[in-house]
Design a protein around this ligand. Structure first.
Ligand code: URA
Length: 439
């Protein structure tokens, strides 16, 4: 391999050239070895975000990222192994429902999850709201638990895709998250290293997502699917709406409570519908007939088989399994709970990113990487686009740690909600990429 000229490589990207796979490999490997400085990588990433990275460049980045750490070996597990990944949203707790449904349908679910990022929530932070729940499992513990009960949701250890951990932290503070190729490489390196044979992506689009435009989200979905398929994984994607919160809950304990409500059949609506769509799509990727898959996932919820799997997972990971019978008795409460009512009219728009940031500002998310989250705080946003606000009271329930925070949240909500006339509710699923060819 030719000697790497770091400034020249940055210059070529700055001037809009596509780099050869070898050049990409050399550049990212040199970064791992300490031969590309953080400021050089920042400049390179920004050049690529502005000029664009190609799908081939994304594929080469993914390879270096996977090879940077451990790859979990799930080959000893019987039956198809499955992982799902959301690109991040607000009120987006689907893993807590979809993983148990899939386990109840006979799949082996080994899911490595992350923490909240920016205005978006993270599955690990939510699960840790359950008293006693342990998210740090070794790869051996993950495989033993999946063998035993069909599912485990755990933190990726520091040894899995360390390149992504470094790059993600850098991208977060250099405004270089929004690139289909960079997100595809980040997501798919973790999915490939996670070892599952089937991978379903939930690519979010809307102002509460990293991709706000449908064309960009479609490009991201195609790149993820192409990378997964090139590595022999049955990979598909749904492109789903994030122009309003997915569930009515935004926070940690509140989101867990709503997910348990769906598992126990007490909360119909968009969130439940999307969980069923995602679980059905994952089953289809394993070769099941679509009608048969839809019937199996609905039955897993209706029969309580999925709720039983969730109970078994909570118990196996040290949490209080009574959560399934009475989530609000088990989960910690916020010190102050209050309400807010929207002006009279039809909800025509909601600043979803702003709602995520508001929940974060109450303490449900982090301002800095090293902060702890407060499991008790958050919002229950009871409205959906198209609802008559006079028919739903309250519009929002606020869970806060102080009266001052409660007043602050009420003030912010006035700016985040637009009431008027004649709203068109957005579709739940914009597109499905479940066929052979992502192009
Ligand atoms: N989620 C990821 O895992 N990586 C990204 O780059 C964006 C969202």
């Amino acid at each position: 391999m030719a000697r790497l000229d770091v400034p020249a490589t940055i210059r070529r990207k700055r001037d809009g050239h596509e780099l050869e796979a070898d050049e990409i490999r050399a550049f990212f490997t040199a970064y791992l070895d300490g031969d590309v400085a953080e400021e050089q990588m920042s400049a390179f990433l920004m050049a690529g975000v502005i000029r664009g990275f190609t799908p081939d460049e994304a594929a080469a980045m993914t390879e270096v990222a996977v090879a940077s750490g451990e790859v979990v070996d799930l080959s000893g597990l019987a039956g198809p192994t499955v992982d799902k990944h959301s690109t991040g949203g607000v009120g987006d707790t689907t893993t807590l429902v979809v993983a148990p449904i899939l386990a109840a349908c006979g799949l082996q679910v080994a899911k490595l999850s992350g923490r909240g990022l920016g205005h978006t929530g993270g599955t690990l932070d939510k699960l840790e709201a359950i008293p006693g729940f342990r998210v740090s499992l070794s790869p051996d513990e993950v495989t033993a638990q999946v063998t035993d009960i069909g599912l485990a949701v755990a933190a990726a250890t520091a040894d899995v895709v360390p390149l992504d951990k470094r790059l993600y932290a850098l991208r977060d503070v250099t405004a270089t998250v929004q690139s289909a190729a960079l997100i595809a490489a980040s997501v798919m390196s973790k999915k490939l290293a996670g070892g599952a044979s089937t991978v379903l992506l939930d690519v979010k689009v809307g102002d509460g997502a990293f991709m706000t435009d449908l064309d960009d989200a479609t490009e991201l979905a195609r790149q993820c699917v192409a990378i997964g398929q090139a590595h022999g994984r049955a990979t598909g994607a749904l492109i789903t709406d994030m122009s309003q919160p997915l569930s009515h809950a935004i926070g940690n304990a509140v989101e867990v409570a709503h997910a348990v409500d769906v598992l126990t059949g007490e909360r119909p609506g968009r969130f439940r519908d999307l969980c069923l769509e995602l679980a059905t799509a994952a089953l289809v990727l394993t070769g099941r007939d679509p009608d048969d898959a839809a019937a199996a996932t609905a039955d897993a919820l209706d029969s309580q088989a999925a709720a039983d799997r969730f109970r078994a997972m909570v118990s196996a990971q040290g949490g209080d399994a009574d959560i399934v019978d009475d989530p609000r008795a088990v989960l910690p409460d916020a010190p102050v709970v209050g309400t807010w009512q929207a002006p009279d009219g039809v909800l025509v728009d909601v600043d979803t990113r702003g709602l995520g940031a508001l929940a974060g500002g109450l303490g449900a998310g982090r301002q800095r990487k090293e902060d702890d989250v407060d499991p008790t705080v958050g919002l229950e946003f009871w409205l959906e686009i198209g609802d008559d606000t006079t028919a739903i009271e309250p519009s929002v329930t606020i869970h806060a740690s102080t009266g001052e925070d409660l007043d602050w949240a009420r003030g912010r909500l006035e700016d985040l909600v637009t009431v008027g006339e004649g709203a068109v509710p957005p579709p739940l699923v914009h597109d499905r990429l479940l066929g052979e060819d992502p192009a």
